[in-house]
Design a protein around this ligand. Structure first.
Ligand code: COA
Length: 253
């Protein structure tokens, strides 16, 4: 009886995984269930995880890690058997996705390739992120530490997120910072993280303008009405030797 119930639940979960692929992957439109089950690595990795997670919960030694390892070899997606994953997770493409041991993922989450839900170092205990429902995590994003990502949040591709993300918030960049909250642009004096000032480019620009001014002045000085040369003393350039004159060169050789 228990066996039948388990099979029915596994079949329902599988149907749900295939439905998520159909709903959230434009490339899956018109693709049959068998094709998705046999060629969609995200769906296969989830199936393997459901098996390894159950074995892990029942205290079976070694086998959960073996299942997770084989799944990683086949799909490029690494999910620790202890990670807790909700309903209808969709992992698109999948290569390079790493989901750590104490990570928790809610329902209807979408994860793209190269995402890491990892720890920040060598801590023990809860050290991986907790992700809410309906969250989208863009390709290459790294979510590090025991942070919480709120429901309906969006994490931009290649972001590095090390702080909690509130509900309904879009976070981008490194370090990850909010750019949209409840669909509205974040306002405030320090809110424009996208268009940051570039002090080196500013300094180069100022130097360029100064050179143009000085060239104009030199031209003016050289073009006096009576044709005489201006009384400008030549400037001696000072050259500093940066490398010690004796001993080995720090560059080697
Ligand atoms: C973040 C994302 C989910 C969009 O969320 P959104 O709430 O609709 O946000 P918007 O598109 O309005 O962008 C908000 C701001 O962040 C910027 N932004 C968006 N994504 C960004 C990213 N990954 N890195 C840096 N800045 C980003 C936008 O330019 C915009 O800037 P602005 O305020 O100056 O206009 C989307 O850009 C993203 O990264 N999706 C991941 C998709 C992916 O990984 N695809 C792989 C397919 S193989």
């Amino acid at each position: 009886m228990l066996g039948l119930r388990t099979i029915a639940r596994a079949a329902a979960e599988l149907r749900c995984d295939v439905r998520s692929a159909h709903e959230r992957d434009p490339a899956a439109s018109g693709v049959g269930t068998v094709e998705i089950l046999t060629t969609w690595p995200g769906v296969q990795a989830l199936l393997a995880h459901r098996i390894s997670h159950r074995l892990h919960r029942h205290g079976v030694p070694m086998l959960p890690r073996l299942v997770a390892h084989v799944s990683r070899v086949l799909t490029g997606i690494e999910i620790h058997p202890a990670a807790r994953i909700g309903r209808a997770l969709f992992i698109d493409h999948g290569s390079g996705v790493v989901i750590g041991e104490t990570a928790v993922i809610g329902d209807d989450v979408t994860i793209y390739q190269g995402v890491t839900l990892g720890g920040t170092g060598f801590q023990t205990g809860k050290r991986h992120p907790t992700v809410g429902n309906c969250v989208t995590i863009g390709s290459g994003a790294k979510l590090l530490g025991p942070i919480t990502v709120g429901n309906n949040a969006k994490i931009g591709a290649n972001s590095v997120v090390i702080n909690d993300v509130p509900d309904n918030t879009t976070v981008v960049g490194n370090p990850g910072h909010p750019v949209r909250v409840e669909g509205r642009k974040v306002e405030g004096p320090d809110a424009d993280w996208i268009h940051l000032p570039d002090p080196i480019a500013d300094a180069m620009g100022a130097l360029g303008r100064r050179v143009v001014e000085l060239e104009a002045q030199v031209r003016e000085l050289g073009g006096t009405p009576d044709g005489t040369k201006p009384d400008v003393a030549p400037v001696e350039a000072e050259v500093h030797v940066l490398r010690p004159k004796q001993g080995r060169s720090p560059a080697g050789g």
